[in-house]
Design a protein around this ligand. Structure first.
Ligand SMILES: Nc1ncnc2c1ncn2[C@@H]1O[C@H](COP(=O)(O)OP(=O)(O)OP(=O)(O)O)[C@@H](O)[C@H]1O
Ligand SMILES: [Mg+2]
Length: 255
C-alpha cells in the first residue's frame, strides 16, 4: 500500500477569472495528521473543496484508497466545513440534524429505528453525552457544534477527514480536548486527517506534517519542528511578530 493517501500534481483552481490555487504538488501521508496553514484568502478552503470535487481544478488529485474514486463518497471522505450552511434560526434539535444527515427517508416521516439506534453511539465517539440529542443546535456551544459535525463526518468510517478550522470559536480548554480527540481517532482508527488551522502552536503539537499555503501556492512543507522555525513562518505569514514556538512539541502524537 502506498505511503500516501492523496497525491496532488500541479493542481490549479481558477474561480471567477482569478487564480486561487497554482501549481500545488504535494501529498497527504496515509494515517497521519497534516495541518494546512496560511493567511486568510491563501486558498486553504479551496484546496479542501478541490479534494471534494466541489470546485473544478486542473492537474491531478489522486486518491490512493483502492476504491473507484471518480466521485468521493462518505466512505472515503468525512468533511467538517468552515461554516455551517444551514439557517441557524431553524428550531432544529441535534437529533433532527443528525437524522437529516444519516437517513434517506424525509424527516417528516419520522426518524428510522436504525438511525435512532446509531445516534447515541455517534455522540459518544466524540465524547458528547446522549442528552445532547434533545438540545437545539443553535443553543449548542461552538465546541459542541463542532463535535456533532465531527461525529457525522466520521460516519461511515472515512479514510480521510477534512476539517476546516475546526477549533475556531472554541476556548483554549475545549480546543485542547478537541485536538486530543482528533489525535485519538487518528491513532486508534488510522484515519488520515487534513486540518486547516491558523493556530501555529496547535499545529506544532498535534500534526505530523505541516503544509503552508501562500497566495494559492505551497510556500513550505515539512515536519512541524522545521516549519516552526521563524524564518519559514515569516515567509508564510509575512511577519514573525506575535508568533511563538510551542514548548510541548514532545506531546505530539506519533503515527
Ligand atoms: N467562488 C469564488 N469565486 C471567486 N473567488 C473566490 C471564490 N471562492 C473563493 N474565492 C477567493 O479565493 C481566495 C481563497 O479563498 P479560500 O476560501 O480558499 O481561502 P482560505 O485560505 O480558506 O481563507 P480563510 O482563512 O479566510 O478561510 C480568496 O481570495 C477568496 O475570495
Ligand atoms: Mg477558509
Amino acid at each position: 500500500m502506498s505511503a500516501e493517501l492523496v497525491v496532488f500534481r500541479d493542481v490549479a483552481v481558477n474561480l471567477g477569472g482569478k487564480d486561487i490555487l497554482r501549481g500545488v504538488s504535494s501529498s497527504l501521508p496515509r494515517g497521519q495528521i497534516t495541518a494546512l496553514i496560511g493567511l486568510n484568502g491563501s486558498g486553504k478552503t479551496t484546496l479542501l473543496r478541490a479534494i471534494l470535487k466541489e470546485v473544478p481544478y486542473r492537474g491531478q488529485i489522486e486518491f490512493r484508497c483502492g476504491h473507484d474514486h471518480r466521485h468521493p463518497t462518505p466512505q472515503h471522505i468525512g468533511y467538517v466545513p468552515q461554516k455551517l450552511q444551514i439557517d441557524a434560526r431553524l428550531p432544529l434539535t441535534v437529533r433532527d440534524l443528525m437524522a437529516l444527515a444519516l437517513q434517506r427517508k424525509p424527516l417528516f416521516l419520522g426518524i428510522s429505528r436504525r438511525v435512532n439506534r446509531m445516534l447515541g453511539e455517534l455522540l459518544q465517539q466524540v465524547w458528547l453525552p446522549v442528552e445532547l440529542l434533545d438540545r437545539l443546535v443553535e443553543k449548542l456551544s461552538g465546541g459542541e457544534q463542532q463535535r456533532v459535525l465531527l461525529s457525522l463526518a466520521l460516519q461511515p468510517r472515512p479514510e480521510l477527514l477534512l476539517l476546516d478550522e475546526p477549533a475556531s470559536g472554541i476556548d483554549f480548554q475545549h480546543e485542547e480536548m478537541y485536538y486530543d480527540l482528533l489525535a485519538r481517532l487518528n491513532r486508534e482508527r488510522g484515519v488520515t486527517i487534513l486540518l486547516v488551522s491558523h493556530e501555529l502552536s496547535v499545529v506544532s503539537k498535534h500534526a505530523h506534517r505541516v503544509l503552508c499555503l501562500k497566495d494559492g501556492k505551497i510556500q513550505c512543507e515539512g515536519p512541524p519542528e522545521e516549519i516552526m522555525s521563524l524564518e519559514a513562518l515569516a515567509q508564510t505569514f509575512g511577519t514573525a511578530k506575535g508568533v511563538y514556538t510551542h514548548q510541548h512539541a514532545e506531546h505530539r502524537t506519533s503515527g
